[in-house]
Write a protein that binds this ligand. Structure first.
Ligand SMILES: *Cc1c(COP(=O)(O)O)cnc(C)c1O
Length: 429
């Protein structure tokens, strides 16, 4: 007996808040019933009703090799058969740490955790512990997971304290977070002039990809590096999405800027729950058991997750996957831009490597959350539904990016482009 998506959703809502274990899966902004995925292979997911979709969500970033790549699945099976967790060190942790360290500019040590949220939360604690300062600067529109100090949206005034963007985050916590717009040199200068000596860290997605794809001017990122250095604050690159995904493997390598701390997640777990944070040996020596900043995890560095990450990173390197995906991305960009232009609608296309985003507004794609046209959501919902009907699965939000994986072919790109062009052309004016 197969259950329909609707029947499963109804049952799910009885036992799980909103029926989902991560909010955006609920299709709230686009309407309709979430698809319950029964299996996935390569570029495709199949739901419980047996309908197959060409997938550009890729589990929101981790699946750079596509679904269930055979070598990764084998590595996971082999590791699992030897025990799924030991609560003691294992070789996989050392192998993966060595690989991550070797791949990232200036990195000397990493600590593994089990999610991107844990990675950023721990990096912030480390930055505060190492500097003896409390203030953290983030940018509006950048998402760093759901830790209290980072769930803070833009306040209106420059040095006003951040407002929590979730119930349950104490105002006193949010008061230690400063939020500034991306792409705004003057606001940043003013903030550092006023409070520079109290700032523990600036955290940024160097490739902001959680509120559209807000590609930054390299000069703006350079400025972050210079300002933090000048004021004794740490620069944290949150590369949970961009790490082992963007050209040259990281924003740090792509832009030629070395942060003090970096966070990883998504790709480095090869589809299993893994996050990591790292920096110089000297900074990382502040972490327990060497130093006074406490951080721990029962399942951290478990052998199955390490095996998945390791197999994935080995394949990326061996098959030159990241560079090839950049070429595929360029093909998608060229074809999509041309096809969308032919519709005569105001749709922009932003891309870095295998990450892409449609912006529903005239002109160049925006570089800050403030520059995003607020009406985009309404224009997106019918597009999403039409693509889903055609068997094309993109993220159920106007402000989420799409991902290419090594499993996508040029024919898959053509399918996406044709689907986009036809559905965009048919959107109500
Ligand atoms: C996904 C993401 C996170 C949070 O990672 P989780 O594994 O979902 O906790 C943090 N930072 C960035 C940039 C992300 O894209």
């Amino acid at each position: 007996m197969t259950d329909s998506n609707a029947a499963l959703y109804e049952r799910a809502r009885r036992f799980i808040p909103g029926g989902v274990n991560s909010p955006v899966r609920a299709f709230k902004s686009v309407g309709g019933t979430p698809r319950f995925i029964a299996k996935a292979e390569g570029a495709y997911v199949t739901d419980e009703e047996g309908k197959r979709y060409l997938d550009f969500v890729g589990s929101w970033g981790p699946l750079i090799l596509g679904h269930a790549p055979q070598e990764v699945v084998s590595a996971v099976q082999k590791a699992a058969s030897l025990g799924t967790t030991y609560g003691a060190p294992c070789r996989g942790e050392v192998d993966l740490a060595e690989k991550v360290v070797a791949a990232y500019p200036g990195l000397e040590q990493v600590r593994f955790v089990s999610s991107g949220t844990e990675a950023t939360m721990s990096a912030i604690r480390l930055a505060r512990g190492a500097t003896g300062r409390d203030l953290v600067v983030k940018f509006s529109g950048c998402y760093h997971g759901h830790a209290d100090h980072l769930l803070v949206a833009a306040g209106s005034g420059l040095v006003t304290a951040g407002q929590p963007s979730s119930a349950g985050v104490p105002k006193d916590f949010a008061a230690l977070t400063r939020v500034v717009p991306l792409d705004d040199d003057a606001r940043l200068d003013a903030l550092f002039a006023a409070e520079g000596k109290k700032i523990a860290a600036v955290i940024v997605e160097p490739v902001p990809a959680n509120n559209g794809l807000l590609l930054q001017r390299p000069a703006f990122l350079q400025k972050l590096r210079a300002l933090t250095k000048e004021h004794g604050a740490l620069l944290i690159f949150d590369e949970v999405i961009s790490g082992f995904r963007v050209p040259k493997g990281s924003a740090a390598a792509h832009y030629g800027i070395t942060p003090d701390l970096v966070t990883f997640g998504k790709v480095i777990g090869g589809g299993l729950p893994v996050g990591a944070y790292g920096g110089s040996r000297q900074l990382m020596s502040n972490i327990a058991p060497e130093g006074p900043v406490y951080q721990a995890g029962t399942l951290s560095g478990n052998p199955v997750a390490m095996a998945a990450g390791l197999a994935t990173l080995r394949i990326l390197e061996r098959d030159n996957v990241i560079a090839k995906l950049d070429d595929m991305g360029a093909i998608l960009e060229a074809k999509a831009t041309q096809a969308l232009k032919a519709t005569g609608r105001e749709v922009g296309f932003a891309r870095l490597g295998s990450i892409f985003w449609l912006s529903f507004q005239p002109g160049e794609p925006p570089r800050s959350a403030e520059a995003i046209d607020g009406g985009a959501g309404a224009r997106f919902a019918p597009l999403f539904q039409a693509l889903l009907d055609r068997g094309i699965y993109i993220a159920p939000s106007a402000y989420e990016v799409g991902f290419l994986s090594a499993a996508h072919t040029e024919a898959d790109i053509d399918t996406l482009v044709a689907g986009l062009a036809e559905t965009v052309a048919a959107l109500p004016r």
